[in-house]
Design a protein around this ligand. Sequence first.
Ligand SMILES: *Cc1c(COP(=O)(O)O)cnc(C)c1O
Length: 412
Amino acid sequence: MNSSNLLNLANKFGAPLYVYDSEKITSQFQRLTKAFSGVGSLRLNYAAKALSNITILRLMNHLGSGLDTVSIQEVKLGLMAGFKPESIIYTPNGVSLEEIEEASALGVQINIDNLSILEQFGSKHPDVPVCIRINPHVMAGGNSKISVGHIDSKFGISIHQIPHLLRIVELTKMNINGIHMHTGSDILDIDVFLYASEILFETAKNFKNLDFIDFGSGFKVPYRTGDIQTNIEELGKKLTARFNEFCAEYGKELTLAFEPGKFLVSEAGHFLAKVNVVKQTTSTVFASVDSGFNHLIRPMLYGASHEIVNLSNPKGKERYYSIVGYICETDTFGSNRRINEISEGDILCFNNAGAYCFTMSSNYNSRYRPAEVLWHKGKAYLIRQRETFDDILKNQVDAKDLFKKPKAAAIK
Ligand SMILES: *Cc1c(COP(=O)(O)O)cnc(C)c1O
């Protein structure tokens, strides 16, 4: 899709608006699949939390993806979107045993990331196959540095606890069918990732009934021209060779799994907002849009730098702007950006708005969450309505009787 398609959608559906391009999602899925075509059995489980609209989940299912979920609600959404329970993996962190049992009863693959729950679940349900999430304590910090700074991470079972883990498995007689890691950091240096994979292979040797090894995610996509991105093709080549070698050694063809979120949907998403005010202060020209971190929190939360384009004036002279929102709080989307001259009423487009954008939106300042549109085969489909005032009041209980003025006593 191009800029004029996007501008038309802003005119048709109004701003602020999220737009997702199914063709980009499809090509990213195919690119990853192709990079690992040398693996006998590959499973891509889309990480639902990146963008969990049910129509997006249906598209992923249609492409042949599985689903990675982190809450019972995401599991239920996945089932509603047509995923079979066996193509859903549930990888929660810090949730109750009851919720894990509820997910297990729905037939999805359970992934456990702490010894306490592993012991409790294994004792009660020794027959349910379980995947375990390992923390290899490897993190790609900055440029090609291997750091063990991740020792404090709350995720996964530390590799230093493998002896304890093995004792639990032996005593409960539970069946470990998968082994998993997701370090959560961007894969910038493939060798660091391969180094972590070696730790996973080493751990895998302790379990005789594995069906799969899950390498999580962390594929980095470019946000701005010149950004470093994960070289998927090179990673595919190197990890495939090593994985196949491991399977031969292990004596069984295992499934290689990944759980990409950002890689599949980030670049497919565009967020469109309208400029309400252009304000010149002594030092800066601000353009305020009809949005804020209630709709797109990544710049404020992570310091993410989303490219911002003026769709309404693509040939205009470039000038420096700070793009801010309308929330009563600092909500800067970008500072000192060179953008084609902005006038009030123009539509700005924020790129890379597919992953962790809508799913992190809120009603702060009692504003509505935006609508979502899927651009599919040259046509636009509304996949989420813009909220209305009813949504703001929904679930609120107006206890107006609490503050009734007492009736004035009758004058005698
Ligand atoms: C969030 C998450 C992912 C997806 O990470 P991306 O960086 O978006 O690819 C994968 N696996 C797990 C367990 C996650 O929590």
